[in-house]
Design a protein around this ligand. Structure first.
Ligand SMILES: Cc1ncc(COP(=O)(O)O)c(C=O)c1O
Length: 370
């Protein structure tokens, strides 16, 4: 008998969220962002369902090869390009498209000695830094860069992208251009004379910044059913949760007033009461920062975490749950409790919560279940 923790992956909800991306950006191609193991949901499971996507974005050659090895032959973009020159032959062989962002990558491309298929070119994209100030070429340099790439035999510059830094913030409506307006304007001006494919919008751009849509949109978090913007809930955007993290009650304890619960005894019972021990902890990726008060749902009804999260267990409040039993289902986030709500309790973002669900938690999709 294994531990009862599992992450249920609702592929019907995923498909629904993908359709919402199309509703928001009907004129753009969709590059589904499935890096970090499909934001913790399982990269292949996600890619197989999204067969309407025009391409996929990943973070490493290993993720790209996983897709190719199961016969997925759509465009696959490596969002931070390549890290070592010896990746180039594999990228070329498997038609993976690196998005390059540095002069170092450019000179490695210029030094690249192709070993396979003399006729085929390596398609690349470039990333511009329009305000994120993380990676990307200076927009002023784009013509020089384009000329340098044109001079490299076997390499074809096919597209150009940039990344929005503040698109989750709504426009402040004070008549001044927001940082996102400035990024959109700079990108638009920098690329307008280039006959290349263009891409700027992440999920927040897709739902809140129509002018950022260009030829390709790059949804990540909204595919998984979490809200990409601060002023709207996922449900307001018509997004459905894809991951439900759940476990079961493994013990029920009757406590006396003043009994202290768990490590450090931070929380003491204000009255005689029952508490449930649930098999989930930070060893499963449930955040240790989920303090007393963080919501959980027993059989769909809300209650709260009490005391500290341990590696394999948490303790929850059973006041009002006289009929609770060992084996009852406990949801940590998903259908009843939006992951965004837990993220707010834990002072983090849903991306981190979903990505950090550990490998000991089986992912079970409705397709696996038949
Ligand atoms: C370059 C790039 N584009 C798009 C995305 C998707 O962003 P989101 O998950 O906010 O939609 C990411 C995610 O980190 C990214 O790095």
């Amino acid at each position: 008998m294994t531990r009862p923790v599992r992450a249920l992956i609702d592929l019907v909800a995923l498909q629904h969220n993908f359709n919402r991306v199309s509703d928001f950006s009907p004129h753009s191609k969709i590059m589904a962002v499935i890096k970090a193991g499909g934001y913790g949901h399982g990269i292949l499971r996600i890619a197989r369902v999204l067969d309407a996507a025009d391409g996929f974005a990943v973070a490493s050659i290993e993720e790209g090869l996983l897709l190719r090895n199961v016969g997925i032959n759509k465009p696959v973009f490596l969002l931070t390009g390549f890290h070592h020159g010896d990746e180039l032959n594999e990228l070329h062989k498997y038609n993976l498209t690196p998005v390059i962002h540095s002069h170092e990558q450019l000179s490695r491309l210029a030094r690249w000695k192709k070993t396979t298929d003399a006729k085929k070119e390596l398609n690349i994209w470039c990333k511009l830094d329009t305000g994120m100030h993380r990676v990307g070429f200076d927009p002023d340099e784009i013509t020089i860069i384009q000329n340098q790439i044109n001079d490299i035999e076997n390499v074809n510059l096919a597209g150009i992208m940039s990344h929005l830094a503040n698109a989750d913030h709504p426009n402040d409506d004070n008549g001044q251009d927001s940082k996102t307006d400035e990024q959109i304007l700079l990108f638009t001006q920098s690329v307008k004379s280039l006959s290349l494919e263009k891409s700027l919008a992440n999920s927040a751009g897709i739902v809140a910044w129509q002018k950022s849509h260009f030829d390709w949109v790059r949804p990540g978090i909204m595919l998984y059913g979490s809200s990409p913007v601060l002023d709207k809930k996922a449900a307001d955007l018509g997004l459905l949760p894809v991951m439900t993290l759940e476990s079961e009650i493994i013990s029920i304890k009757k406590m006396k007033k003043h009994d202290a619960i768990g490590y450090g005894g931070d929380w003491t019972c204000p009255e005689d009461m029952s508490v449930a021990v649930v098999a989930i902890g930070y060893g499963d990726g449930y955040p240790r920062s989920a303090a007393t008060g963080t919501p959980v749902a027993i059989n769909g009804k809300r209650t709260q975490v009490l005391g500290r999260v341990s590696m394999d267990m948490i303790t929850v409040d059973l006041r009002g749950f006289e009929h609770a039993r060992i084996g009852d289902r406990v949801e940590l986030w998903g259908q009843n409790i939006p992951v965004d709500e837990i993220a707010a309790f834990c002072n983090t973002i849903s991306y981190e919560l979903m990505c950090q669900v550990t490998s000991r938690v089986p992912r079970i999709s409705n397709r696996d279940a038949g």
